[in-house]
Design a protein around this ligand. Structure first.
Ligand SMILES: Nc1ncnc2c1ncn2[C@@H]1O[C@H](COP(=O)(O)OP(=O)(O)O)[C@@H](O)[C@H]1O
Ligand SMILES: [Mg+2]
Length: 229
């Protein structure tokens, strides 16, 4: 069985309104199913923009983006939720609902997707178990440490078994120990089959379990390296 392409960028340029410089310029790249991809580049290089284009928070100014054989560069608003069901996203600042419990934060995703309450409880608890937080399931997120909150966010991102996990500087607010725990969880998600894109400016993170590195600078692709494990 050959490797399956999951994402294709064809000459993608993104220019935000009112800006004369492109956030991304003429970017072409391919990501395969099962890749663990580190998106590297200095602040302002265009990493977050690339991720935002993938989860349809932005549209490219020029070029074409294909995700799971669907052209998402011209996607209509009402088609976006269907695409996003295949994508989990983790942010630097967690973006949890701080007055809800860990379990509620994770379960909300499934509730929105119309799952039955008993299955929501079971799946969310099992997911929290996988990130080592079963004992904190009923703790309000605002009372959890940064590392714990990020683990809840990862559980939330993974609970609907997405094909693609996008992580935008997920360790940016964490100390070294917490950061390495988070990276371990991303690796484990990848080993279970999710394609992972990890955006970071932290060179330390790029050595871990790397399969593919996409190096951006000032919106342009500098190099792509592939490392066999
Ligand atoms: N919403 C926006 N409006 C205008 N310019 C933006 C917006 N978001 C990002 N930019 C600009 O686009 C460039 C790339 O930003 P970004 O994708 O956030 O880079 P990174 O995540 O690598 O730091 C930067 O020059 C930034 O200032
Ligand atoms: Mg960014």
């Amino acid at each position: 069985m050959g490797v399956c392409r999951l994402i294709d960028f064809h000459h993608v340029t993104k220019r935000y309104q009112g800006q004369d410089k492109s956030a991304l310029e003429d970017l072409s790249l391919r990501i395969h199913d099962g890749d663990f991809c580190v998106l590297l580049g200095e602040s302002g290089a265009g990493k977050s923009t690339l991720l935002r284009l993938l989860y349809c928070a932005e549209k490219p100014t020029y070029g074409r983006i294909v995700f799971m054989n669907q052209d998402i560069s011209t996607i209509l608003h009402h088609e976006i939720p269907k695409v996003r069901r295949n994508i989990g996203v983790v942010f630097q600042d967690f973006k949890l609902i701080s007055n809800k419990t860990a379990l509620e934060n994770v379960g909300l995703v499934l509730w929105v997707q119309g799952e039955a309450p008993s299955s929501i409880y079971e799946k969310s608890l099992s997911m929290l178990n996988q990130v080592g937080l079963q004992s904190k399931a009923h703790v309000t997120c605002g009372y959890l440490s940064g590392g714990e909150q990020q683990r809840v966010a990862i559980a939330r991102a993974l609970v609907s078994s997405p094909r693609l996990l996008l992580c935008d500087e997920p360790t940016g607010n964490l100390d070294a120990k917490q950061a390495s725990e988070i990276v371990d969880l991303l690796i484990s998600a990848n080993l279970k089959g999710a394609t992972v894109i990890l955006a970071t400016h932290d060179l330390y993170l790029t050595g871990v379990h790397r399969k593919k590195t996409i190096n951006l600078s000032k919106g342009k692709l500098v190099e792509t390296t592939i490392m066999d494990l």
